[in-house]
Design a protein around this ligand. Structure first.
Ligand SMILES: [Zn+2]
Length: 354
């Protein structure tokens, strides 16, 4: 109930600010004080709830096909959607960007980027860049949050008793899914652990689940090489998002170098172009990671720091606005252009997070 009231309040605020021109004023003042900006939108999956793999991914990385279509149609009619690489060049070289400039990006390389997002992008003639975690491509390997949620659901069908690994109680229920608050909490807790401890928890759950009979076959959720080549030939751009999606701030020198260099080479050999950009996994970076990314020869790097990029922005610390169903729907779960506009102009970020 509290959540619903909070959403209704946000709806009223978004509608009021949009139609009275307050969001527009916010844009104009920002442009006058800081120069014309670039909003880089960060998507992950475009997937509907009836897809069998949707309940493995946390809500913060999913947007439904219908919502994605409405967003792209609205952006194509009201904004200048530019290829990311060109927009960044214009931004960092202080050439004039058009007003309301934005770029579309996807992280990880989910197969639904091809099956669900690509047809909509193509229909609306909208460019996009996909950052690939190269070891997952062309395989049935799942990213660890999806793998863990799948394993815990399988284990929950056998036993309802939770088990502890590294002092963390893993929740077991028959219907364990990414929509449960426990799933988000668990992933956040694990992200806060050192890499080796996190892997111990994940491996333990995987070992337990693999002992069960009747393990379901893994669906392919990552892009295939053919899908990437087809999109590349049609103008979709690609960048790197490491080899194995390790959190780079936790890597030693050698690990960092391998993740950056090998993924860059893999992307270049797939699409056959020189310059590529980079997206830090989980948005995590520090001065050492930034420096090494630049040295490896990437053209730029994007983060998960929210907000609009202004002229003079650091090309290796570019801001992005994370988009999921929660950032574009009203309290009743319907697409709201007012809510979407308040998010992508950075207005809600300024208002709520200061
Ligand atoms: Zn990622």
């Amino acid at each position: 109930m509290m959540r619903f009231l909070k959403e209704i309040t946000k709806d009223v605020l978004a509608i009021t600010c949009y139609y009275t021109g307050i969001t527009r004023l916010f844009e104009l003042v920002g442009n006058r004080n800081h120069g014309l900006g670039l909003a880089i939108l960060a998507y992950h999956r475009v997937v509907d709830s009836d897809d069998p793999t949707a309940s493995l991914s946390l809500p913060g990385i999913k947007v439904s096909g219908e919502n994605f279509k409405r967003q792209i149609q609205w952006l194509a009619s009201k904004w200048h959607v530019l290829p990311l690489e060109e927009a960044i060049e214009q931004l960092t070289e202080n050439k004039n960007l058009p007003e309301r400039a934005c770029a579309i990006t996807f992280d990880d390389g989910w197969s639904d980027n091809f099956t669900a997002a690509y047809p909509i992008l193509k229909e609306n003639d909208v460019p996009a860049t996909i950052f690939l975690a190269t070891d997952f491509l062309n395989s049935n390997r799942l990213h660890w949050p999806e793998q863990l949620i799948r394993d815990l659901r399988l284990l929950g069908r056998e036993s309802q008793e939770s088990f502890k690994v590294e002092g963390i109680a893993l929740p077991l229920t028959q219907d364990f899914s990414s929509e449960k608050p426990e799933a988000e909490q668990l992933v956040q807790t694990l992200l806060g652990l050192p890499e080796s401890d996190r892997m111990t928890v994940i491996d333990r759950a995987r070992d337990e689940a693999s002992r069960l009979n009747g393990t379901e076959p893994l669906p392919r959720t990552s892009l295939s090489y053919d899908e990437i080549r087809e999109m590349s030939a049609a103008g979709i751009r690609f960048g790197s998002h490491t080899v194995t999606h390790r959190i780079l701030t936790q890597c030693d020198e050698q690990g960092l170098d391998e993740e950056l260099r090998n993924s860059r080479e893999a992307v270049q050999s797939l699409i056959g172009t020189g310059e590529v950009g980079f997206a830090y996994p989980n948005g995590d970076f520090n001065a050492r990671v930034r420096e090494q990314t630049s040295k490896t020869g990437y053209a730029f790097a994007v983060t998960m720091i929210p907000g609009v990029n202004r002229p003079g922005a650091d090309p290796f610390a570019l801001r992005r606005i994370n988009i999921h169903d929660g950032t574009c729907t009203n309290a009743f779960g319907r697409f709201s252009k007012c809510r979407f506009a308040c998010e992508i102009t950075g207005f809600f970020d300024w208002l709520f997070r200061g």
